[in-house]
Design a protein around this ligand. Structure first.
Ligand SMILES: [Zn+2]
Length: 377
């Protein structure tokens, strides 16, 4: 299939837009939707479910719920050994850990970081996955062009990850590690329309799939791949974005107040004691914090803006677009703009441009300038 994908991209390269012939796709993706140490409980919604062996044969007939546990010889179902390390649970709709999935969930007995656990993988059609990503990544009530731009970015990312991980039991995580996927229940009609009207479309650069990174809100300018990831990418030079700050996000401008004790806990290992000063030492061309200098007494330590966020929490310090850091006896106040790493498409910016009636092709061109839209199938 990899050869086919490359051949299709090659065959349509040189076309400027959405004009290649569409064919049915048999493209599927495999998403890791959960890891469990004790028990996996899957409930059948809209009908009974079955636990199936690799050859498709059913273990013990229809059931309402499947409870799988770990044993020394592999997986157990309802406390009985299955004598195997992969089974597929099938049914019209399957509920696992608060989310619902269509048709099939594969439960695998795996060793992860030296310990046995059960990995649950959801195989599904790529276009259904794209609908799910658009629904999970973006709020409801946004304009269609923003959903369409997200659909193309998500599809490109998914195909790219798939062919990078063909030898693994799954292609993507269901979290921000890859793309956020929450199953069926978030899906809505406009997300489905966005997937359908962009069906098979991917972004390419010189006959390869583009790296379609995206983030919530850039705060005015997206970051270059060179500054963000350390590797220059022609179509990710950093772009001006006039719309995310006024599109309605509550992360346009933010201020977080952190307790000194929490900040000291995060950094004391690096500087050997409580912080006495913290200073922005260098910024990137787009104004993001590149380096900070931490100080404890006479000891100083430089850390990257990304490490500053990581150590305090990605959901505490929303971006490295930091205007000011203020230190006093009890607290550290961080004032900033935007949310996320800043590379690639700004989702709130796409929303703003979509509100203005800008078509998705132009939105993509703004955030991935020079990348070409091609139809994969
Ligand atoms: Zn933006």
């Amino acid at each position: 299939m990899l050869a086919l994908v490359l051949a299709v991209v090659t065959a349509v390269s040189g076309l400027s837009a959405v004009d290649a012939t569409a064919a049915d796709s048999d493209e599927t993706v495999r998403i890791a939707v959960g890891r469990f140490k004790d028990a996996v409980v899957i409930e059948g919604l809209n009908g009974p479910l079955q636990v199936r062996r690799g050859d498709g044969s059913v273990v013990g007939g229809d059931r309402k719920t499947a409870r799988l546990t770990l044993g020394r010889t592999g997986l157990f179902v309802d406390g009985k050994p299955l004598d195997r390390d992969v089974v597929t649970v099938t049914g019209p709709l399957l509920k696992l850990a608060g989310h619902s999935y269509r048709e099939a969930l594969e439960v695998r007995y795996v060793t992860w970081k030296g310990r046995q656990e059960m990995l649950v993988v959801h195989p599904l059609d790529l276009e259904t996955y794209v609908t799910g990503i658009v629904s999970s990544e973006l709020p409801r009530g946004w304009p269609l062009p923003a959903y369409q731009a997200q659909a193309v970015a998500a599809r490109t990312f998914a195909v790219s990850q798939k062919y990078r991980r063909l030898d693994l039991p799954y292609h993507m995580e269901s979290s921000v590690l890859d793309q956020v996927y929450h199953g069926v229940e978030r899906e809505h009609a406009l997300a489905e329309e966005a997937a359908r009207t962009t069906r098979g479309l991917v972004l390419t650069w010189q006959r390869h799939l583009a790296q379609t990174y995206f983030h919530a809100a850039c705060g005015g300018t997206t970051e270059s791949a060179l500054e963000g990831w350390g590797t220059g990418v022609d179509y990710l030079p950093g772009s001006s974005c006039e719309r995310c700050m006024t599109a309605g996000t509550n992360r346009a401008k933010w201020s977080v107040k952190l307790r000194r004790s929490d900040v000291d806990k995060a950094f004391s290992k690096l500087v050997g004691g409580p912080l006495t000063d913290i200073r922005i030492a260098a910024r990137t061309a787009t104004g993001r914090v590149k380096q900070l200098e931490l100080q404890s007494g006479k000891k100083r330590k430089l850390i990257s803006g990304a490490d500053f966020r990581r150590l305090l929490g990605w959901s505490v310090v929303w971006s490295t677009q930091i205007d000011r850091i203020t230190l006093d006896k009890a607290a550290v106040v961080v004032d900033g703009r935007g949310s996320g790493h800043g590379v690639g498409m700004c989702q709130w910016g796409a929303k703003g441009y979509g509100d203005d009636g800008v078509p998705f092709e132009e939105i993509l061109d703004r955030y991935y300038p020079g990348a070409s839209l091609k139809r994969l199938y």
